[in-house]
Structures are given as structure tokens and as C-alpha cells.
Design a protein around this ligand. Structure first.
Ligand SMILES: [Zn+2]
Length: 497
């Protein structure tokens, strides 16, 4: 019985440590100490032997020199094909629900890559039958010592164009690289809000079947737009409701998870797309302009993206006239921010309709930082604009809009993975507390993707998508970058950095 071996080693280790310390004592005290230490030790050993006699399972604790593990060798702990479990031992658990942290946690992941037990170290040691499956067959454990570390759910990037979004820009090697980087940075799920339809669907399949290593992918196809505002992105332009419906059916047949509606669509076409998507059982994301967020939410769209909802209809009437007269368009963020009144009835109504329709929004603050802040406020008005961006995000969050963590990689030279961690810092800069930001980056993403029964929190029965950090992200959000290990779908990732 290997339990007895490891238990004996464990006990002798403790006894040796006490005896070592006792050598500082004088000879006289030594005899006294031998009695004081020896007698209880005999009882402890006897107690262990008795408890072992009652233990019926045959768990093998693998002998691994934990201290010698680096990024690469950590993955050697991955269970092989046998009936093996991975035990994450001793981390402080931040489960993604936003509740209190749990010290000294033990998380057990079985060979079907699910979390089969979450307990604390005392309970785990007291209950060695934990991993003894019901039909009594032998199960092997591999233990990863995580004392002093923090376990959080894997992160979500809800705006990751993993197949590129510019016309004719698809590059399989680049996509592969992006997916690898995302995973290295602890991003275990991504939503791609637009890309070349067939290539993106194929990429999702290659990740799913293990050909490419990457986070789990959910994807939209090419953008649905009108000729009014042509963009250099993969798009198809429509002028009729029937054309829009046909494209939705075409993309649904190709296997997309979402339809992405773009800036040129007016409410009649948005409505047709939502209706057809609902018939096909898929959801709709909007980056809109000629349809305001208020109208889109009331029409039943499922997600809105980018935290600056540029649209003349969200400006007070006199400002709408200025916007139109000045030639404002869907990408005139500066002009729109200069004219918008965040306390206006238009913005208040918009937020109310987002809340009522439970509309998730990914503010992609990284995008606006790239536009307004990267040049060090070269234009003095940029500081005000940036503050408005942050304020609107905070207003939505405080009003109960479900905020999501998204970046817009690889646009604006945003770096896969790294920029997601930075997005979390920007959400904190907007005034959202770190505990809420951790929930935004994990649970909110899973809820928005209807994955909450599978992932997004560290809970019993869920797929093991876990990020192990060397420092506490609730104390300082930049600690999400102090990655010790990434576990995606039950496997420790062999990280390249
Ligand atoms: Zn985008």
C-alpha cells in the first residue's frame, strides 16, 4: 500500500524537523524532549496505522520533485491514458463567483477533465477514499503543490479576431500563433466576433479536435453590412431583408455560432437578421451605427460590442445636427464623444434598455486607449474623451449591464493574451473593483456564451479551465499576469514563455 509509504514519509519528515530543532537544547532537555516528542509520535503513528487499516482504496501518490518543475515540466504531471487524476493542492481558490476566497483548497480533476472534488487540505487528508471510484478500481493521483498560489477560472477574451478580420488577411500560421499566445496567457475561451466564415469555422474545428492548441473558440462569420459604409473588413453588403436572411441561413449552414451585424444596417435589416438568426438557433452580435443600441436592444439583439456606441441617435437633437453637419460617421469616436452628454435622456434610456434586455457589452477599452491615450494625449481633448469612455463603462456596470472582457486583437496592434490582461487593468481604471473584474473576465463570459454549466467558474462538475497565479489578482489586478500554470480542459499547458 503506497499510502502507508507516503504517510510514513510524511510523518518521519515532521518528526525529523522537530528533532532538528531540539538539538539546540541542552543534553538535559534532550531527554525530556525525546519523551515529549516520542510519546505523541507513537500515538500519531498508531493512529495512522489504524486509519490505514480502515482505508480500502489503493491510491498511488506519484513521487514528483515539485520544486524542480518549470513551465515545461509542469505538463509532465498531465495524466496519461490510465484512470488518473490531477490534484491541485493548496492554492487559494478564487472561484469566479465573486465571493470570499478559500485558502488551502484542493481541486481534483479526473481523467474526463472535469472537476470532481473541491475541498480543503484537512478534509482531503482525512478522506483518502475521495478518489476511490464506486466500482473500486484503482485510480492514480498526480499532485501539483500550489501552496502560496491562487487558482482562478481560465480567462475569456470576448473580442478576439483569431482569423483576422481585414479582407484577404487570413493566415493559418498567424492564427495558430495567436491561439497559442492566448492560451499561454491563460485565456481558455474566446469569442471571435467576425472573420472569414469558412476559415474561422475550420479553425474552431481544428482547436476542438486538437490539431491546433488554443482556447475553446466560438465564432461569427463575415460581417453583414450595407453599401453605405464600406469597410476594409471581411464583409458582405446587403440592401434587402431577403438578402440578409439568405446570408444568415448561409452562415448558419456553414456552422457559425453567431451572426455579426455591422454599422451600415438600419433597424429594418437588423430586425430581419435577428428574426432569421432566431429561426436558425444562433445569436447576433452588433457593432452598429445607423441602428442605435437602444433600438437594437429593443429589437432583441443578443450582444453589443465596443463601449463607445457611436450613433447620431444617441446624441441630443441639437448635437445630432452638429454631428451630421460636420460629416460625422460610424468611426468618428472623437466627435461623438465630444458631443455626447452622458447624463442625457438618450444615454439614460440606452442604458435602461440594455439592462431590461440583459444585454452584455464588451467595452474593448484597449481600442479606445489605442486611439486616445497611446500618443500621450497629443490632442489635449483626448484626455476628456478617454475619461468619458471610462465613465460610460462604469455607468453601465453600476446600472447592471453585464460587462464582458474583450480586446479586438489583432486590430490596433493589440497583442493576443497580453492585451486581455491589460483590458482588465483598464476596467479597474474605469472604477470597477478587482473582484468584479475577475468575475467579468470569467463567469460573465461563460454566462454570455451560455457555457456557465460547463466552465467560467471553478465548481464541481465543470470542465477544468483553471489559471494558477503566483500572486493575488483581487489584491492587484496586474497579478493576473503572474502566471504559474494554465490548465485548459483538464490539461496543464506547456507554455512557451
Ligand atoms: Zn472587432
Amino acid at each position: 500500500m503506497s499510502i502507508s509509504l507516503s504517510a510514513t514519509l510524511f510523518l518521519s519528515h515532521i518528526i525529523c524537523e522537530i528533532v532538528d530543532k531540539s538539538e539546540e537544547f541542552t543534553m538535559k532537555n534532550k531527554i525530556m524532549n525525546t519523551i515529549l516528542i516520542g510519546v505523541p509520535s507513537i500515538f500519531i503513528v498508531a493512529f495512522y496505522i489504524l486509519s490505514l487499516l480502515e482505508t480500502t482504496n489503493d491510491a498511488d501518490i506519484w513521487a514528483v520533485n515539485f520544486n524542480a518543475l518549470d513551465n515545461k515540466s509542469l505538463s509532465s504531471l498531465n495524466p496519461g491514458n490510465g484512470n488518473e487524476t490531477l490534484v491541485l493542492d493548496g492554492a487559494t481558490l478564487i472561484d469566479g463567483n465573486g465571493g470570499p476566497q478559500k485558502a488551502d483548497s484542493v481541486i481534483v480533476i479526473d481523467d474526463s477533465k472535469r472537476i470532481v472534488a473541491i475541498t480543503n487540505q484537512t478534509n482531503f487528508r482525512d478522506n483518502l477514499t475521495l478518489n476511490n471510484d464506486s466500482n473500486g478500481s484503482q485510480s492514480n493521483e498526480r499532485v501539483l503543490n500550489l501552496t502560496g498560489k491562487y487558482a482562478t477560472p481560465g480567462l475569456f477574451d470576448m473580442h478576439a479576431h483569431i482569423a483576422g478580420v481585414r479582407k484577404n488577411s487570413y493566415d493559418q500560421a498567424m492564427s495558430k500563433n495567436m491561439l497559442g499566445m492566448l492560451l499561454d496567457y491563460g485565456v481558455t475561451t474566446v469569442r471571435n466576433p467576425g472573420g472569414p466564415t469558412n476559415e474561422t469555422v475550420r479553425l474552431r474545428g481544428e482547436v476542438l479536435n486538437g490539431t491546433i492548441s488554443g482556447p475553446e473558440v466560438f465564432t461569427a462569420g463575415r460581417l453583414l453590412n450595407t453599401p453605405e459604409f464600406p469597410v476594409p473588413f471581411v464583409e458582405k453588403q446587403f440592401t434587402t431583408e431577403e438578402g440578409v436572411r439568405e446570408e444568415v441561413r448561409h452562415q448558419a449552414a456553414a456552422g457559425v455560432d453567431y451572426i455579426k451585424l455591422y454599422v451600415g444596417l438600419k433597424p429594418d435589416l437588423v430586425k430581419a437578421a435577428i428574426d432569421e438568426a432566431q429561426r436558425q438557433g444562433i445569436k447576433v452580435i452588433g457593432h452598429l451605427y445607423l441602428t442605435s443600441w437602444t433600438d437594437a436592444a429593443n429589437l432583441g439583439i443578443d450582444f453589443l460590442t465596443h463601449g463607445v456606441p457611436v450613433s447620431p441617435f444617441l446624441l441630443p437633437e441639437d448635437k445630432q445636427r452638429i454631428f451630421n453637419r460636420t460629416g460625422g460617421g460610424p468611426f468618428d469616436h472623437s466627435l461623438w464623444l465630444d458631443l455626447v452628454d452622458l447624463n442625457s435622456s438618450e444615454i439614460r434610456n440606452m442604458i435602461e434598455s440594455l439592462v431590461q434586455n440583459q444585454m452584455p457589452v464588451d467595452p474593448t477599452l484597449s481600442v479606445y486607449e489605442a486611439i486616445f491615450v497611446r500618443q500621450g494625449f497629443a490632442d489635449p481633448q483626448n484626455e476628456q474623451r478617454w475619461n468619458k469612455v471610462l465613465r460610460l463603462t462604469k455607468m453601465m456596470h453600476d446600472s447592471g449591464v453585464k460587462i464582458l472582457s474583450g480586446t479586438d486583437i489583432p486590430n490596433f496592434e493589440l497583442v493576443p493574451g497580453e492585451s486581455l490582461h491589460h483590458e482588465l487593468e483598464l476596467l479597474v481604471e474605469a472604477g470597477i473593483n478587482t473582484s468584479d473584474v475577475m468575475k467579468i473576465a470569467t463567469k460573465n463570459g461563460a454566462e454570455a456564451l451560455d457555457l456557465i454549466n460547463q466552465t467560467g467558474t471553478i465548481e464541481l462538475g465543470k470542465q477544468a479551465d483553471i489559471l494558477i497565479l503566483s500572486a493575488n489578482p483581487v489584491e492587484a489586478i496586474e497579478n493576473t499576469k503572474r502566471i504559474y500554470a494554465v490548465i485548459s480542459n483538464g490539461r496543464i499547458i506547456e507554455r512557451s514563455n
